[in-house]
Write a protein that binds this ligand. Structure first.
Ligand code: ATP
Ligand code: MG
Length: 215
């Protein structure tokens, strides 16, 4: 396909949504045809699934239902947003993708990674990111940021279904993302997100510029 597919990955509150938005603005300014999407979500069907997945009141959700809902959202996102954008040569930026399933459902919920990879390829039809930026930071810091954002948006501050998991869950995710990045150094770039949002954005731009120039 002609386009470029860039994903942001990382734990809760690591800055994925902020950096995806800033990168899209930057690339549009530069004249690129850019689309932003997210997971779960990105489509009407995906956003309806997202509301179910994140609803803290649905604590009865089983791990298998969670996994399949995430897969359904991804399949629709690829079908409706990502494939058409790639076919017309756009840059498509996605906030979370296949690696979140491996980290959350694999490292977090203990599903077999081979099974998850098969499900990912069913959902994506083999579409994989050209570049994945991992925003790494200690989960304590990310969860604090997420809580502060919830408060600012006048949500109840109890956190979504994933934010409510214990700190050990979030530590496993971080370890998982780091292992995934180490296993695929050609696709992944890692940023240690200690600095402010603008500084992080500059690092993202440097990585993406370098990547686009090399294509
Ligand atoms: N580098 C940073 N320094 C300080 N605060 C930041 C930084 N990056 C993002 N934030 C703030 O942290 C909060 C979470 O950021 P953001 O929503 O982009 O993260 P996320 O990775 O998308 O989170 P989630 O996993 O919950 O979707 C926001 O309030 C954002 O403004
Ligand atoms: Mg986000």
């Amino acid at each position: 396909m002609k386009g470029t597919f860039i994903t942001f990955e990382g734990g809760e509150g690591s800055g994925k949504s902020s950096q995806a938005r800033l990168l899209a603005e930057y690339l549009k300014e530069k004249g690129y045809d850019v689309e932003v999407t997210r997971e779960p979500g990105g489509t009407g069907i995906g956003d309806a699934i997202r509301a179910i997945l994140l609803n803290p009141e649905l604590s009865e959700m089983g791990n298998v239902a969670e996994l399949l809902l995430l897969g359904a959202s991804r399949a629709q996102n690829v079908h409706e947003r990502i494939e058409p954008a790639l076919a017309r040569g756009a840059v498509i930026v996605c906030d979370r993708f296949i690696d979140s399933t491996l980290a959350y459902q694999g490292y977090g919920r203990d599903f077999d990674l081979g099974l998850l990879k098969s499900l990912n390829s069913l959902a994506t039809g083999g579409v994989t990111p050209d570049l994945t930026i991992l925003l790494d930071l200690p989960p304590e810091v990310g969860l604090e940021r997420s809580k502060a954002l919830d408060k600012a948006e006048a949500k109840q501050g109890e956190g979504d279904r994933f934010e409510q998991e214990d700190i050990e869950f979030h530590r496993r995710l971080r370890k998982g993302f780091l292992e995934l990045a180490d296993a695929e150094p050609d696709r992944f770039r890692k940023i240690a997100v200690q600095q402010d949002m603008e500084e992080t954005h500059k690092m993202v731009v440097e990585i993406v510029e370098g990547f686009l120039e090399g294509r």
